[in-house]
Ligand binder design. Structure first.
Ligand SMILES: [Zn+2]
Length: 214
């Protein structure tokens, strides 16, 4: 089951992908995490990526494609994956179709108001990348990750100005991709205008689209 996850920053797709990944025992691969790992490990590619990410700009196609292609070769992807954050351009979509079959594209959609309120409260674990929300998914101890005890922080790309920039960039660049997959009959729009209490509703909407997939 090779599933691509699309949706603007703050739509909650990371949370949904994580739940689906646990349920189906198929890895969730977040391109954001691949970026952060490459940056943290200070690989050659990581250094280049860092410049783009810190400005809130999209990373050039050839760099992203290389990262994703290598990751999908790993053994844990043999039964499928939930790929979050890729492809985001037509060039990436076409490149991916050459090295992996895509079974379904889930496109999570939410209003700007919902997105701004979600992202403003988001906190990320420095150690394991787990994501919390001060109101909706608070950690047991403020500022500390439940899973690993790491410190939580607000990412520099989650300030109001950075969010606005990211939404603008996302819309400009990604609309052609959703149109592309829609034409191929692979796209499923998922209404994600819910609080985290109604996560189950969004998940069951996703699962309707998994019928007939191996
Ligand atoms: Zn953690």
């Amino acid at each position: 089951m090779n599933i691509v996850i699309l949706g603007s920053p703050g739509v909650g797709k990371g949370t949904y992908a994580k739940i689906l990944s646990d349920k189906y025992h198929i890895p969730r691969i977040s391109v954001g995490d691949l970026f952060r790992k490459a940056i943290r490990d200070e690989t050659e590619l990581g250094k280049k990526i860092k410049d783009y990410v810190s400005r809130g700009d999209l990373v050039p196609d050839e760099m992203v494609i290389e990262l994703v292609k290598e990751r999908l070769k790993k053994d844990d992807c043999k039964n499928g994956f939930f790929l979050d954050g890729f492809p985001r351009t037509i060039a990436q979509a076409e490149a991916m179709e050459k090295f992996k079959k895509i079974d379904k594209v889930l496109n999570f959609v939410a209003s700007d108001w919902v997105i701004m309120s979600r992202l403003g409260g988001r906190r990320t674990c420095r150690e394991c990348g787990a994501i919390y929300h001060v109101k909706e998914i608070p950690p047991k101890v403020e500022g500390i990750c439940d899973r690993c005890g790491g410190r939580l922080y607000q990412r520099s790309d989650e300030t109001p100005q950075a969010i606005k920039n990211r939404l603008r960039v996302y819309r400009e660049k990604t609309k052609p991709v959703t149109d592309y997959f829609r034409k191929k009959g692979l796209l499923a729009d998922i209404d994600a205008n819910y609080t985290f209490e109604k996560v189950g509703k969004v998940i069951s909407r996703c699962e309707k689209h998994f019928q007939n997939l191996s």
